[in-house]
Write a protein that binds this ligand. Sequence first.
Ligand SMILES: Cc1cc2nc3c(=O)[nH]c(=O)nc-3n(C[C@H](O)[C@H](O)[C@H](O)COP(=O)(O)OP(=O)(O)OC[C@H]3O[C@@H](n4cnc5c(N)ncnc54)[C@H](O)[C@@H]3O)c2cc1C
Ligand SMILES: O=C(O)Cc1ccc(O)c(O)c1
Length: 493
Amino acid sequence: MGARRGQDYLQRLNAESRDVWIDGQRVQGSVTEHPAFTNVTESMAKLYDLQFNPNLRDMMTYEEEGERYGTSFMVPKTSADLEKRRQMHKIWADATCGMMGRSPDYLNSALMAMSQAGDYFAQNNPMFAENIRAYYRYVRQHDLSLTHTLINPQVNRALSVSQQSDPDVAAHVVDKNKDGVVIRGARLLATQGPITDEIMVFPSTLLKGTEEDNPYSFAFAIPNSTPGLRYLCRETFDYGKSHFDHPLGSRFEEMDAVVVFDDVLVPWNRVFLLEDAKLCNDLHQMTGATIHMTYQVLQKNIAKAEFVLGVAENIVDAIGIGQFQHVQEKVSEIMLAVETMKAFVRSSEADASLNRWGVMTPKWEPLNAARQIFPKLYPRLVEILQLLGASGLMAIPSETDMTSDVQADIHKYLVSRNRNAEDRLRLFRLAWDVSLSAFGSRQVLYERYFFGDPVRMAGAYYHSYNKAPMVERVQRFLHQDDPVQVEVASTQA
Ligand SMILES: Cc1cc2nc3c(=O)[nH]c(=O)nc-3n(C[C@H](O)[C@H](O)[C@H](O)COP(=O)(O)OP(=O)(O)OC[C@H]3O[C@@H](n4cnc5c(N)ncnc54)[C@H](O)[C@@H]3O)c2cc1C
Ligand SMILES: O=C(O)Cc1ccc(O)c(O)c1
């Protein structure tokens, strides 16, 4: 089949039942018809449709052996391939204002990278190499959407997963039989879980296990319709309001869900790593998956920061605050975030090379730096919107007020310098949805945490960064009579 249309995505969701719980009830019928999911599934469908837009088709898809597939499955072999992947990521990210981190290309990128690293999985079991390759081909062939879950429940972080008082809480292996592996316990968190086709239950990219954690160490993927697999959703932040009232939440509300495995049977052909904490620890890094995911993440970051910049400058224009220096400085901060992200991408591409699996791979160091910085930048961008919008962010009656008995008040008092009341309301409701609504607050939490705890990410960054040349350079400076000579020599080297 190859690249699919939105209609195909929706039909597949409609055809498969899944165990999704929200607000005390199991979703009956298709998730596409539940108010928490209708709008976001429509948005996902629109992303798939972009693959058939005549102006974008060459960018969004590629051809292999007579079939057209989504570009996020394309194994990049050249810099041009990488550029094509980058453009595809940006098109999807722009389509969602950067507000859907889990557009399908995020996890497709991880799977693409892993599929080329069969030997890594073979170290655990020769069969696992073919399993990951076959899974990649299957997901690509049907253009499936994936979610993933990597983190054990937050019961007691002072203890490792195997030391928890109830060893049955975190997802773990309880049986292995001729049909597969049986998993019991829970994981968090699966963004988009209820509205994707399959779930990858993979090791953390960051948290390292020991041999005792082997029963909790695995990589596998199963359909979301698998018996015993259950999603426990938070409340939805799509409140069923119009696009006017809730411009982002009514379109891009990605659900987050706890995942429960109630003795779920994972068939052997879907197991990629099993009970080997060491191989699990290094999986994402050694296969290049983290790099290709981060490459996607940066396009989302650019799209998101550009969108916030547009919102900020519209506010500046609407209420006439552009002449104030501190306002210029604040908007400039957003511009710097955009340019910083772009520069990291450019730098990663300039130094791209084939990795050990023959995949053209952007340079990791700039991408890693970018993923350390953005969780700090994004909350500030949102703060800037609050500081610029001020009370205007609360002077936002709803769409229905515009046609109610108080419509005269609204059309008189809620105009801005160069906008009528309706246009001002549209703008400020958007700024509210980025910076203050439940949807907007979740975006901030998402950026802070989705790639892992920033504190431990910083620790890993500290340890992995090659600081030795700088330390030695200072040592030389301290012990030379004529440090200028040393500098010239080190520059030439
Ligand atoms: C909106 C959102 C979407 C997400 N989507 C997904 C998803 O799709 N798939 C997925 O797998 N995960 C997802 N996550 C989970 C994400 O990976 C985790 O939030 C992240 O890894 C941090 O883990 P935690 O939330 O369990 O925090 P914890 O590890 O419990 O940390 C809580 C606090 O304790 C501190 N702390 C805990 N342990 C230590 C330690 N050893 N040393 C120092 N400080 C420590 C942390 O710094 C932090 O301040 C999502 C998270 C969010 C917020
Ligand atoms: O690996 C971890 O520890 C955290 C992590 C990484 C990538 C993700 O997409 C994610 O949701 C969570």
